[in-house]
Design a protein around this ligand. Sequence first.
Ligand code: HEC
Length: 154
Amino acid sequence: MIAKRHHAAMLALAGALTLTACGSSEEPPVEQIVVREPGEAAPAAPVADAGADLVAAGQAAFAVCSACHSVEAGGGSGVGPNLNGVVGRAAGTLEGFGYSEAMAASGIVWDETELDAFLENPTAKVPGTSMSAGAVADDERRAAIIAYLASLGA
Ligand code: HEC
């Protein structure tokens, strides 16, 4: 976790340095090439707090989840349950959402480790879950999404 955060910070720093170098070069702006992965957050200004970078990256990566999940405090559920305050919550317990029996009976309490396993492979972690999409293969992307979720709610 610490190593990943450092890595994210280094990437952000590298991005900022690249921008600075481009801005001060003699090349006209039209020659600048910015390579960015789809869904990746725009390079942020260097921030001392790598945790803030991670949360921002997670918020951007959460785009693939928001088709089914709302994160507003007190907001309703969509295809999936509202995820505000999900870190620390017992799985399958949000009032008013129709969970699968598998999720309701899983006995999981969502922490970073459990979320990481679930998001990497939902049907392996909770066989019979009705979350049929949304697996995230990339380790760092999952870590960022989880940091974002942890930043929301109570
Ligand atoms: C296609 C719709 C869909 C997408 C996309 C999706 N989910 Fe889900 N999610 C669900 C459904 C449906 C459930 C309820 C599963 C069950 O009851 O078995 C769920 C359950 C969950 C839960 C358990 C919540 C609880 O209250 O126990 C978490 C955490 C979660 N999703 C996170 C995510 C994240 C993070 C993403 C994006 C990386 C994502 N989901 C993408 C539909 C989706």
